[in-house]
Write a protein that binds this ligand. Structure first.
Ligand code: NAD
Ligand code: DAU
Length: 329
């Protein structure tokens, strides 16, 4: 079996390729990745049965022959960071919407199975004291240019399933953590700041809640959907990992042996979603279950990974922090 993994040099895509190579001996992987600031070929170093093609998912001349040659497309490629989408929404529209459209046209033409990776952010946010969680029938209500562009891409996938019979599934996952995550994101930014002796930055009061899942659990869930999911269905991926940002910063500070108050409050994110929470019932019905049930130990492993792999992230640290300084974050 030959699979095309878009965005396979990014955080979740690279972890997906690692899991696939470890667990699927009959699979060959072609990664299509534009190698933006978020893509790093070093995340795929040393893997057999993997070919990396540098190219843009919004370019049909690049996409078409790769799709034609594949049995399955797993589509991770995206502009993925909310803060960047607030500074410049343009690449989010081109990659997340036009890129997904381009892939859908190619899988339609060649009759190739498609799995679309999306986010729980398409549903907007929940109140902090609301017992509800997101389900596959929660109405779409995205808040940021990033989440709106992902919502648009999800709608395109559903339309291509219904109107053209494309064989696609969709998954909407909550916040991932683990190795190879870009240091612009909350957990790796906090960890690498502490490695550098800089206090973590907490947006606003730090009470916003995210539903954390280890990246490996996200990817085993994606394989469960590919192997056992129903075409046309949407599956929500989450592992009951709700924590507010203050709790997460304090857990990381503890891991470093620092005082729990050793962080600073910085400017809040405009339009900052309050809370995400996933009801994963339909996924559990596929027989999937998470491996990383203890967030504290998954977090400790992740902290250790950034300590052990400074070569992987160091070159980007100064530029990331200079960008945050412009918005007082
Ligand atoms: P990432 O930013 O770490 O990686 C994105 C990858 O896509 C990079 O390798 C980048 O070079 C590549 N890319 C960007 N534009 C491209 C283009 N035009 N053509 C080809 N490649 C391009 O992102 P991530 O955190 O790994 O997220 C992967 C997917 O998972 C995204 O679709 C995102 O919306 C979704 N998702 C992420 C999370 C999370 O917590 N990170 C949670 C749920 C869903
Ligand atoms: O819910 C899934 C989404 O999770 C994915 O679709 C996105 O691609 C992914 O980036 C992530 O979005 P968030 O905006 O939730 O992740 P981020 O790591 O940017 O921020 C997590 C929370 O931490 C959020 O409430 C903002 C806050 N934050 C972030 C940074 C970088 C801080 O308090 N301090 C920080 O330094």
């Amino acid at each position: 079996m030959k699979i095309l993994v878009t965005g396979g040099a990014g955080f979740i895509g690279a972890n997906f390729v690692h899991t696939t190579i470890e667990e699927k001996p009959d699979v060959e992987v072609v990664v299509l990745d534009k190698l933006t600031y978020a893509g790093n070929p070093a995340s795929l170093a040393g893997l057999d049965r993997v070919t990396l093609v540098e190219g843009d998912i919004a370019d049909m001349d690049t996409v078409d022959p790769l799709v034609k040659d594949a049995d399955l497309v797993v589509h991770f490629a995206a502009e993925s960071h909310n803060d960047n989408s607030l500074n410049d929404p343009s690449p989010f529209i081109t990659t997340n919407i036009v890129g997904t459209f381009t892939l859908l046209e190619a899988v339609r033409r060649h009759g190739v199975r498609f799995h679309h990776i999306s986010t729980d952010e398409v549903y907007g946010d929940l109140e902090l004291d609301d017992p509800a969680k997101f389900t596959p029938t929660t109405p779409y209500h995205p808040s940021s240019p990033y989440s709106a562009s992902k919502a648009g891409s999800d709608h395109l996938v559903r339309a291509w399933v219904r109107s053209f019979g494309v064989a696609a599934t969709i998954s909407n996952c909550s916040n991932n953590y683990g190795p190879y995550q870009h240091i612009e994101k909350f957990i790796p930014r906090t960890v690498t700041n502490l490695i550098d002796g800089v206090k973590p930055r907490l947006y606003g009061a730090g009470l916003n809640v995210r539903d954390w899942i280890h990246v490996r659990d996200h990817n085993t869930a994606v394989w469960a959907i590919i192997d056992r999911g129903t075409i046309g269905e949407t599956y929500l991926i989450g592992a009951d990992g709700e924590k507010n940002n203050l709790e997460v910063v304090q857990m990381i500070l503890e891991e470093f042996g620092y005082d729990k108050s050793d962080f600073v409050h910085v400017n809040d994110r405009p339009g900052h979603d309050l809370r995400y929470a996933i009801d994963n019932t339909t996924l559990l019905e596929l027989g999937w279950e998470p491996e990383f049930k203890d967030f504290a130990s998954g977090l400790a492993d992740t902290v250790q990974w950034y300590r052990d792999n400074e070569d992987w992230w160091r070159a980007q640290k100064a530029a990331v922090e200079a960008k945050y300084a412009q918005t007082g974050q």
